[in-house]
Design a protein around this ligand. Sequence first.
Ligand code: AMP
Ligand code: FE
Ligand code: FE
Ligand code: ZN
Length: 301
Amino acid sequence: MSRCDLHMHSTASDGTDRPEALPRLVKDAGLKGFALTDHDTVAGLARCATEAKRLRITFVPGVELSADVATLLPESEDLDASGTLHVLAYFIDPLHEDLLSVCERMQRARATRNPRIVERLAELGISIDYQEVIDLAFDSTPPTTTTEGHTIGRPHIAAVLLKHGYVKSIHEAFALYLGQGAPAYVPRERLTPTEAIETIKAAGGVSVLAHPVQLGVDDATLEHVVSKLAALGLVGIEVSHPDHDVEDIRVFRQLSRRFNLVPTGGSDYHGSSKSIRLGSQRVDMRVIDELRERCPVVRSR
Ligand code: AMP
Ligand code: FE
Ligand code: FE
Ligand code: ZN
């Protein structure tokens, strides 16, 4: 059966492989198709698409937008709204104005937040230079010799901490300093779920709930959240993901049937910064067709 991996990152966000290097890795993994889903940026899509075409593998342009889960939680319950809500988008037009402006807004929010993290670290006696974080994220090989449009975030800060021996691993950097609840954590502006889904629709794409387990809520609350997202226009749910165990997969598959969502999957490959292999999660190529069939018809730009 021919298979694809619908979740991966490049140097345009916090992956370590350049966008144009991914198609070869996908092909060598024996896959027939893939999607590039960088956090809050479409900057890698064009270069990735060109190389995918050359290697004759199916490429789905994507993006992964972070949103705030708070508005989706049941009001009556005293719930922790700190879980991660990531919305994967597929088949978006990477040049669509609304999508570009949302990505730019997120880049600006990060440009304010990242230096504040560095300040917090300094207060803890850890002195790193933010310029070094930028340099680490910098894509220095042509055709891109800039971080313009690229997403810089905590994983890059973690890499600088690792490089200077402040931590023994990226994981430790998050556990000790950067993760939610850790002393150098600074929140950033997030989209509302409506904004995320509406922007994706406007750009001609479909929305899929990424790694539902990261919402950190119980099954009943998850069902509530998914019903709300479905009402907003969600079309899929990521069932296969390295963070999901057998029981998670069963629950998410059930939700996909209940709310008529396409069950998707992907490795969430980030390159050498994480231990996950590209293609470690793979789904049937037909999933790509199912997602394509659910795309809204948009008037031409
Ligand atoms: P940011 O977008 O700057 O808030 O950083 C979030 C990114 O950090 C996520 O997309 C993950 O790739 C990565 N991340 C979050 N938590 C961890 C962790 N505990 N260990 C390693 N990477 C993490
Ligand atoms: Fe990431
Ligand atoms: Fe994610
Ligand atoms: Zn991801």
